[in-house]
Design a protein around this ligand. Structure first.
Ligand SMILES: Nc1ncnc2c1ncn2[C@@H]1O[C@H](COP(=O)(O)OP(=O)(O)OP(=O)(O)O)[C@@H](O)[C@H]1O
Ligand code: SF4
Length: 263
């Protein structure tokens, strides 16, 4: 239930496949690693990838007397996960619901999950700005501290789509915490040298133009996907990687702003 949540972080992207779920899961894992109690809610009804990324695909959720009990990644119940993926029998099952059914499912996800007390709820959203986003935004008005992280890749077309997300956040009144540029070059796992395969820096330039904080560039790092599958944060296993540096800074920013009561 949202009244048990101190702070919500929405992870948004204009385009699909830019790494929104990867950012959401790493952020949740990093917050857990810092001792916080965290919820990870995947409201991407048509492409729920969080159970797949965290290797939780064979898990299912149960309905308790007060609502759904999330799937916990650890025995201490520091990180709970909820996704439509837990309600489907297979990853390949398609959710072919129309608007009202989708809206009511998202409402249930926001209202009927027994998170217990949470320091942070990270919400992984579908790409773009759809009815689902509007439902999420409307329901989040009751949470005192809520902000959005926008994820993009360096390509021009992905950056163009982020502009629409910025407008959407501004119209719906959700404060933007900042922009992350993902897949910004390839980090060699051996020597940590980063090679820019595509262009880079587009996310940073957009942040400057839109006067939004730039939260960092994440390289393509094959270790990140593997670690998520083991439920391990990059900051724990590969602390010197660029990925870890970005997430450590992000958590520092979040804890400082939460302590100051900022969104
Ligand atoms: N920085 C990265 N380094 C290595 N692999 C990555 C990185 N970011 C994402 N990936 C991989 O790319 C794929 C797509 O990422 P992800 O599922 O996070 O994207 P998404 O934006 O959430 O996609 P969707 O639109 O389906 O929700 C995944 O297999 C993920 O492991
Ligand atoms: S980036 Fe470094 S370690 Fe990786 S292949 Fe090139 S020289 Fe070797």
């Amino acid at each position: 239930m949202l009244e048990d949540v101190k702070r919500v972080i929405l992870v948004l992207s204009g385009k699909g496949g830019v790494g929104k779920s990867t950012v959401s899961t790493q952020l949740a894992l990093t917050l857990k690693e810092h001792g916080f109690k965290v919820g990870l809610l995947d409201v991407d009804l048509c492409g729920p990838s969080v159970p797949y990324l965290l290797n939780l695909e064979n898990h299912s959720v149960h309905q308790g007397p007060e609502g759904w009990i999330p799937v916990y990644l650890d025995t201490e119940q520091k990180l709970g996960v909820m996704s439509i993926g837990f309600l489907l029998s297979s990853r390949n099952d398609a959710v072919v619901w129309r608007g009202p059914k989708k809206t009511s499912m998202i409402k249930q996800f926001l209202e009927d999950v027994c998170w217990q007390e949470l320091d942070f709820l990270v919400i992984d959203t579908p790409p773009g700005t759809s009815d689902e986003h509007i439902t999420v935004m409307e329901n989040l008005r009751q949470v005192p501290q809520c902000s959005a992280i926008l994820v993009t890749t360096p390509q021009e077309v992905a950056i163009e789509d982020v502009r629409k997300e910025i407008t959407f956040c501004r119209k719906t009144g959700i404060p933007i915490m900042g922009i992350i540029e993902n897949m910004s070059g390839y980090e060699c796992p051996v020597c940590s040298e980063c090679t820019n395969i595509f262009s880079s820096g587009g996310g940073k330039s957009l942040a400057e133009i839109a006067k939004i904080p730039f939260l960092g560039s994440l390289p393509i790092d094959p270790r990140v996907g593997k670690l998520a599958g083991q439920g391990v944060a990059a900051v724990k296993e590969i602390p010197n990687s660029n990925t870890s540096k970005v997430f450590s800074e992000l958590v520092k920013h979040l804890t400082e702003s939460s302590a100051n009561g900022e969104s």
